[in-house]
Design a protein around this ligand. Structure first.
Ligand code: NDP
Length: 314
């Protein structure tokens, strides 16, 4: 049951690079933004180790430090950053209503949705055990640490193929672990995979565990699981990359906004605008393609500029 209502000009939901960048721009534009951090303050980057590809950090920076810096920068201009999770929405009319933690209702003239996405994992206890010690869900972020080493990528879609090809340019040997006997990826991606000499595709293999003393040293696989000729196979690897899809955190917006079949919020013509005036989507929640900190930050910037223009035209 809602108990209190608060009116704001600009509400930002989510605290990854998109949310904080939107907060920097919105506060500098005098929109007095209120930002709710969500379930994972700082977003997905807080689960990675070193970030080496965010411009402005020539020596690299840890994911947590980068997010702390972005947060401080937003606070410096007066952004009101709060703990809390958006649990329900009512975008039927302006001001738009967003319920926080199931009780407080924020009435916002503009809303910037930057709730991100979560990489899917297999659900093995070893994925948690070796988190940041050889297990990753982002080859572009972490591939560099596996130069001239052996790695595995799990998945048979376009992302898995793309990541395998990217890693093949760095690593000595890449295993692509595919549960079916075919790749779901587009033909062109499949051909690239098959043409890359240091990628070995392991069809009909499932991962059942990882092993290693101070980090991943290998994976336990099962070939043709459940079949009479089922076979246990171990591979020696230093890095284990998941590429079995992402889930955008868009469920509470679905009654009002269009999403694609996976759940990414659809935006208009390469802008962060949604079909509801004054409601914007920025970062991974609306981006099935790039999913980088810098592209998320850029779309957060665009969303705040859009919000400012919308309010000044009103
Ligand atoms: P997809 O859903 O297309 O593929 C996921 C893959 O992971 C499938 O091969 C699936 O296997 C496998 N998988 C899922 N769960 C498990 C599991 N528990 N164990 C083992 N394997 C599993 O996701 P993507 O991220 O690859 O792609 C998402 C969308 O983005 C697609 O539309 C894709 O085309 C697009 N994309 C396009 C790119 C491009 O054009 N360059 C690049 C990247 C993505 P199975 O096939 O058996 O279900």
């Amino acid at each position: 049951m809602a108990t209190t209502n608060e009116q704001v000009k600009c509400l930002i939901i989510g605290s990854g690079p998109a949310g904080y960048t939107a907060a920097i721009y919105a506060s500098r534009a005098n929109l007095a933004p209120v930002l709710y951090e969500g379930i994972q303050p700082g977003g997905q980057l807080t689960t990675t180790t070193e970030v080496e590809n965010f411009p402005g950090y020539p020596e690299g920076v840890t994911g947590t430090q980068l997010m702390e810096d972005l947060k401080k920068q937003a606070q410096r201009f007066g952004a009101d950053i709060r703990m809390g999770i958006a649990t329900a929405t009512d975008f039927s009319a302006s001001p738009y209503k967003v319920t926080i933690d199931g009780e407080k209702v924020i009435e916002a003239e503009t809303v910037i949705i930057s709730t991100g996405a979560a990489a899917k994992y297999l659900g093995l206890p070893d994925e948690a055990k070796y988190a940041g010690m050889g297990v990753s869900a982002c080859a572009t972020c972490d591939g560099f640490f596996y130069r001239k080493k052996n790695v595995a990528v799990v998945g048979g879609g376009d992302t898995a193929c793309e990541e395998a090809i990217y890693l093949a340019g760095l690593a000595k040997q890449v295993y692509l672990i595919v549960r079916k006997n075919y790749l779901r990826a587009s033909k062109v991606m499949q051909e690239r995979v098959f043409k890359t000499p240091n990628i070995t595709v392991l069809f009909e293999h499932n991962t059942i565990g990882l092993f290693g003393e101070n980090g991943v040293e290998g994976a336990h696989l099962v070939k043709r699981k459940g079949e009479p000729d089922e076979e246990k196979v171990d591979i020696a690897i230093d890095g284990f990359f998941l590429a079995i899809g992402h889930k955008p955190n868009s469920d509470i917006f679905k009654p009002w906004l269009e999403t694609d079949e996976v759940g990414y919020i659809k935006t208009i013509d390469g802008t962060p605008r949604t079909k509801i005036p004054g409601v914007y989507a920025a970062g991974d929640v609306a981006d099935p393609h790039y999913r980088q900190a810098i592209t998320a930050a850029a779309s957060g910037c665009k969303a705040a500029i859009e919000a400012e223009r919308y309010l000044s035209n009103k």
